[in-house]
Design a protein around this ligand. Structure first.
Ligand code: SF4
Length: 65
């Protein structure tokens, strides 16, 4: 999967299954919406792949580049 950081952010914002990784709770979790990104999501694996297989669907449904 090839994608820019901006794409990961757009997808995560559109994703209902986004769950921030526990590390991100170190920062103030009430106000970290700017850090929403697949790269911060629990469901994103080491191979930069969404284990729930939602990424491609969201890209398609939302016309995200
Ligand atoms: S990694 Fe998957 S579940 Fe997580 S925000 Fe991205 S598309 Fe959604």
């Amino acid at each position: 999967m090839r994608a820019s950081f901006e794409t990961y952010r757009k997808v995560a914002k559109a994703c209902s299954a986004y769950e921030p990784m526990s590390e991100t709770k170190i920062s103030n979790s009430c106000c970290d919406t700017k850090d929403i990104s697949c790269t911060n999501c629990k469901h994103f694996d080491e191979d930069k792949y969404c284990v729930l297989d939602l990424y491609d669907k969201i890209v398609e449904n939302h016309g995200i580049q």
